[in-house]
Ligand binder design. Structure first.
Ligand code: FES
Length: 312
């Protein structure tokens, strides 16, 4: 009675896997009763938010199953689902969900035995991982939730750690530092939001500087992944309180700024945008091994059409 029985949500395609599961029932095939089935017209309908919602509502695992390649009733829905899953997989760690908790499979209407076997295996593997509590833990308010954002302090000394090879700086970086200095010296802005290398965290992190002599800390290279525009809205009071900001923005970050302007969360004359040309950023900084390999490039950079930013 004390054995942990995982709750698994199964998003299954109406045409293949649902029929396969139905066949397993009709033929009285025995299998573990842990999967709660949600029938969808096609696996292409499975939005990653469905998966997150399932975990939020207490699932310990998610199973997505549909037609075999080439059998999708909507021609390529299952390929879209698979591709979406490949992208989403990279985010699961970030969200706090072990990727093994989400399984993807192809099961046809005739494969009742395969369905039963797969459910047994998936249940077993998720049972080994134990109950999923991480999401709920993450939702608990953090003690420092209302703490101000990290503002530059001399005590927090970034610097290039010995042996750590940083990617080549963007050719625009020196001009960027110069412009930041000019803006701070003239008093046109009170804070520059940019990037710096943080020795302790071993990664490039957001940096807020308010003194011209600190601009040498600013870096811009392919590890500058964060979208700094998140610090701009008025409700981010602590940055707003510092005075008018200048922000270093890649072309893709400027898209966010445009939305913030449209939503009137910021005013155009309330921010100076320092646009910087970007030839792509890495997918995840922790994967950086000193060389820029094509498979490290963030997916959003493959078909980027804003390498040279507008509006800046
Ligand atoms: Fe079954 Fe598209 S119809 S996966």
């Amino acid at each position: 009675m004390t054995k942990f029985e995982p709750k698994i949500v199964g998003f299954v395609c109406n045409w293949c896997t649902y029929a396969g599961a139905d066949l397993a029932g009709v033929t009285r095939t025995q299998y573990r009763p842990n999967v709660r089935i949600v029938r969808v017209p096609c696996t292409g309908r499975v939005d990653p938010l469905f998966i997150i919602k399932a975990f939020e509502n207490g699932a310990d695992g998610v199973l997505i199953s549909g037609c075999h390649p080439g059998d999708c009733h909507y021609i390529s829905g299952n390929f879209h689902a698979k591709r979406r899953w490949i992208f989403f997989k990279g985010l699961t760690d970030f969200i706090g969900i072990e990727p093994e908790r989400i399984q993807y499979a192809w099961v046809s209407a005739a494969e009742a035995n395969k369905w039963a076997k797969m459910v047994d295996e998936v249940t077993e593997s998720i049972a080994k991982l134990g109950p999923f509590t991480r999401y709920h833990d993450l939702k608990k308010p953090l003690p420092d939730q209302n703490a101000p954002p990290m503002i530059w302090s001399e005590a927090w000394l970034p610097g290039i750690e010995e042996g750590v090879e940083l990617p080549e700086e963007s050719p625009s970086a020196p001009a960027l530092r110069e412009k930041a200095r000019e803006l701070l010296e003239s008093g046109e802005v009170k804070v520059v939001i940019g990037y710096c290398w943080a020795k302790r965290q071993r990664r490039v992190v957001p940096l807020f500087i308010s003194k011209p002599e600190e601009v040498s800390r600013l870096v811009f290279n392919s590890l500058c992944v964060n979208n700094l525009a998140v610090y701009l809205p008025k409700k981010q009071g602590d940055v707003a309180k510092m005075g008018k900001p200048a922000i270093i923005a890649k072309g893709c970050d400027i898209k966010t700024i445009v939305v913030l302007l449209q939503e009137e969360q910021i005013a155009r004359d309330g921010v100076v945008i320092l646009g910087v040309s970007c030839s792509g950023v890495v997918y995840r900084q922790e994967l950086w091994k000193g060389k820029m390999a094509p498979d490290l490039l963030a997916p959003k950079c493959f078909d980027c059409d804003v390498k040279t930013p507008h509006l800046a």
